[in-house]
Design a protein. Sequence first.
Length: 540
Amino acid sequence: MHRLTYALNGEPRTFILERERVCLGRQAENDLAIPDHTVSRRHAEIAKTPEGWRITDLGSRNGTAVNGEPVQESPLNPGDEITLGTFALRFEEEAEESVRLEATDESVLVAKGTIVRSVEEIQRELEPESLGPGRPLRSEDLGRLARVSRILAVLSEVARTLLEADSLEGVLEKVMDVIFQHVQAQRGVILLAEAAGGELAPRMVRQAGGGTDTIQISRSIARKAFEEGVAILCQDAQVDPRFQGGESIRFLGIRSALCVPLMVEGKVIGLIYVDTPVRVKAYDEFDLDLLSALSGYLAVGIEQARLREALESERRVRSRLERYHSPAVVDQILGKGKRGEAPSLEVREVEATVLFADLVGFTSLTEHMPPPQVANMLNDYFSVMTDVIFANGGTLDKFIGDAIMAIFGAPVLTTDHAHRAVRCALGMREALGRLNAENPDGPQLLFRIGINTGPVVAGDIGSVRRMDYTVLGAAVNAASRLESEVAKPGQIVVGEATYRQLKYAFAFHKAGKVPVKGLSQPLAVYEVKGELGVDDVLKL
């Protein structure tokens, strides 16, 4: 079997001389279309005669040469160099019996020393014909093997580039580089389906020569590939019966086009689209196979890039949330809870319980201490108190100097937020006692706590540059006043609403109504004495 080998855009190509008469030229209607401006529309003909293969010039403008000698007609021998204008080809002969398939220990195929594909893959590629052990390759097999080998080489390159890409845009850009390197594309677009509604949106656009004009693609071709999940090779869109109703094809002047779907688990997530408005038959089965194989790699790369971006986004959000919420609450906020709806950080009105705790006499206690010692002491204190808050399902709102503000009932909505807050306050008092006992020679810390329940506005509040989760409202102000103006050192005091919810769960001492700054009405105040046991509740 004889063939012509040549290079197109730096890529080696092979044309098998399967017919006895082959026409070569620039027009797409030729058996071998050569996109070179020095080649005439119908340049030359190669024919098989009883004496062998011959080439005949068809009156070309720039002439035909064999081994550098201009000819009108000439015999061809294996190894001859043919020049059409300035375009070079080589006439070669293949020995069918010279190449055989061999199964190695790794179950791969070896053809001319090059690993091509597994035995099973090659058998599928060559169906319906099966390969018997040691059967010599026929010429059509060689063409397919060459195509498979080139596709695998490109996919190997793509695999490396996808490993190097660190973002979705990086993945798309690297794949588009490969497409323009191996496919004769004038224009290329990668479209991805948006999550909402599944509408296609262009995510990567490229034009040959670095053009910046707006690219409009065929909606008819894209819709068919997307809706039916099929790869489309269109060699002349203007006359293709599949798209006769496509106004965009005629309007845009599209001639050759390739469009393949990006699929993950049977679902189309996007498209690769390339076309050219200047040539018919610009693409062949190799280009379609290459783009189809490439689409599988790209689909996986897109999903991996999206997963990486989602994980990085979650990491940043988690890092911020873990400063204020317990790990269990963070998991719920990020939608990892086993049941129910994930808590919202959006601003909304809820009922919650707010706790303020402030160290007593901290300034005078530390005025003679070195700053590093003061910082270490506060860090130890805040760490212990934060652990107690998280253990009771609370949210750490903020540190205010040596004071702590905590929220119960937001962002995770609970009906027992008042109970959690008071139990937390008792736990904080016990933890402070242990902290003092561990440092008998150091300053002995003492705090007071104010707690109040009521409606609050909760959510991410702040500036464009910085948002923090917090609560606002009269109930918050009342809790702050209870701590700063009512509670005495070592006391835990609560407001009327908190008391009404917990009067059968904790022991209280009624301190009466106390006027506080900033509030028009005096506050009914109750001091928490401790949690009631079962026997205590039965006596009530």
